[in-house]
Design a protein around this ligand. Structure first.
Ligand SMILES: Nc1ncnc2c1ncn2[C@@H]1O[C@H](COP(=O)(O)OP(=O)(O)O)[C@@H](O)[C@H]1O
Ligand SMILES: [Mg+2]
Length: 510
């Protein structure tokens, strides 16, 4: 293969011709993958490329249909994660498997020998844990209950759990998705210490900058195959992006300088309770102008969801007001936002955005004329609607067999395009975009960014709620950070630094 990186030492892991099907999908299609001692190897690829599947096979979570695995030069037959751990392989998934009601120490020793002889060995287990914590800069109180820990700390416990079991091969599946920038830095220095000791790390990600920062070597997967391998020092984000999607991308989107116009969204002293009746948004005030993108950065779970639900009319606040073009929204009424020409791009497109059992066309025209759903079918026959749907499918480049295809057959990126096409069709004056590209591949992401900038140029005001700092920096004119339901700070995008935003995201004001 062109660009293959040659090594003179033996790999600790050698996966050869790995194939794995799920029904008709070849999730892995003849993959060869090696991992060497002392390296951080990034496994990069779009969503659905097969990264998690390949590593789940290495971790004994799935069996492969074909192929062989060698660990430390021995043929390995892995039928469960237990087998993998015994061979020194640990894997940390995005969703942690800790017991919240137990302490850090208890979680770490569950299932180990010292766990079984818990009364005898608790002291020595604690000693060993503290030693590991110190060595890898993973400091967490062994006696803290896991439910009291932040997500970043919980991830540390997962890593400690693996190290306590003496793994020398650590697989991390998109580990930074849940972390603040400061926590990402800590994680990266831990990973460097690990490989400094000759251990090996597989770092799964679809984020190019991150992979450039942390890895020694990058293996790119596309549609279940290895399409490229590069030394990190010999590649760049643009090349990697093109390799991932298999075609030339336009490159990062360009933002025109524009003077903002009149205020289109004004939120005053908004106070919102979450489902558990705990304050999720606390006396929040902000405004967005026409021709402006206000980026709201923050780790998810800090009130963003509740805020957009209130704007969309899906939840009532305790107090406060929201005005769109100077007219107050009626709380708890989705029709109020629609009437005010608010385009709504919700966080969870599966749950709230699209009706998955309807056709693409039905979803495209839903709400557009304020028609109740049952009247839709009377209108369906009209040529006008077909023409309208076809035009949107073309304009947004929606990959679907046709307007009559059932919506749930579309991929994530195309679902998001259907949503955008519907919501942006009426030239909205305000757009609330909540995590608009989460989980999408670079190609779809670039397209959506382009469309949002076009809307801003046209004159819409946009509230962009996102935990992806690259996205926030690429699109925003102004940035606010939300933390525990409060705005921690505000800064013009051109004056913003990642460090400052990162501090605010972790609740530090300065
Ligand atoms: N448990 C499963 N059942 C059915 N299909 C699956 C399963 N896991 C993964 N797939 C499919 O396999 C392909 C690769 O998925 P995955 O390995 O999760 O990709 P990545 O981690 O790169 O996003 C996708 O098309 C996905 O839908
Ligand atoms: Mg994955």
């Amino acid at each position: 293969m062109k660009g293959q990186v040659t090594r003179d030492c033996q790999p600790v892991v050698r996966m050869s011709s790995i194939t794995k099907h799920f029904l008709d999908v070849a999730a892995n299609d003849g993959i060869d993958f090696n991992l060497y001692p002392g390296e951080i190897c990034a496994l990069l690829g779009e969503n659905g490329a097969g990264k998690t599947t390949l590593m789940n096979i290495l971790f004994g979570y799935y069996s492969c249909d074909e192929g062989e695995i060698f660990i430390k030069e021995q043929r390995a037959y892995l039928s469960s994660p237990r087998d993998a751990i015994a061979l020194g392989i640990g894997m940390i998934h995005q969703h942690f498997a800790l017991v919240p009601t137990q302490t850090v120490l208890e979680n770490v020793i569950i299932g180990t020998d010292s766990g079984r002889k818990i009364f005898l060995d608790l002291d020595s287990a604690r000693k060993r844990l503290l030693e590991i914590e110190k060595r890898f800069g993973l400091e967490v109180d062994p006696d803290a209950y896991v439910w009291t820990l932040s997500v970043g700390e919980q991830q540390k416990v997962e890593i400690l759990k693996a190290l306590y079991r003496d793994v020398d091969i650590l697989i991390m599946d998109e580990p930074t998705a849940v972390l603040t920038p400061g926590e990402v830095d800590d994680l990266f220095s831990t990973l460097k210490t690990l490989v400094g000791e000759g251990r090996s790390v597989v770092f799964i990600s679809h984020k190019l900058n991150e992979v450039m920062d942390i890895s020694d070597r990058i293996v790119v997967l596309r549609a279940g195959r290895v399409v490229a391998e590069r030394r990190t020092s010999e590649t760049n984000p643009k090349e990697l992006a093109n390799l991932m999607v298999g075609r030339e991308l336009a490159g990062s989107v360009k933002k025109k300088r524009l003077d903002p116009g009149p205020v289109v969204l004004e939120i005053q002293n908004l106070h919102i309770l979450n489902d558990k009746k705990i304050a999720a948004v606390k006396d929040l005030s902000l405004m967005v102008r026409s021709h402006e993108i206000l980026g709201m950065a923050g780790v998810s779970g800090n009130g963003q969801r509740e805020l957009s639900e209130v704007i969309f009319g899906l939840r009532k606040p305790v107090r406060g007001s929201i005005k769109v073009n100077n007219i107050a929204l009626n709380f708890g009424q989705p029709s109020s936002a629609i009437k005010a020409k608010v385009a709504r791009i919700p966080e969870d497109r599966m749950d709230t955005g699209l009706l998955m059992d309807l056709t693409v066309e039905e979803n495209l025209i839903l709400e557009n004329h304020g028609q109740p759903e049952f009247q839709l079918f009377g209108l369906m026959k009209s040529k006008k609607i077909h023409g309208y749907a076809d035009a949107l499918i073309r304009a947004y480049n929606i990959a679907t067999p046709g307007r009559d295809a059932v919506t749930k057959s579309l991929s994530g990126g195309n679902l998001q395009k259907v949503m955008l096409a519907r919501e942006l069709a009426g030239n909205p004056s305000l757009i609330i975009a909540a995590q608009p590209t989460r989980g999408l591949d670079v190609g779809a992401m670039e397209y959506i960014h382009q469309r949002l900038l076009e809307e801003r140029d046209r004159g819409a005001g946009i509230l962009l709620i996102s935990e992806d700092l690259d996205e926030i920096f690429a699109l925003s004119d102004r940035i606010v950070v939300i933390y525990e339901g409060k705005v921690m700070g505000e800064v013009a995008a051109e004056e913003a630094s990642r460090e400052q935003i990162g501090l605010w995201m972790s609740g530090v004001t300065r």
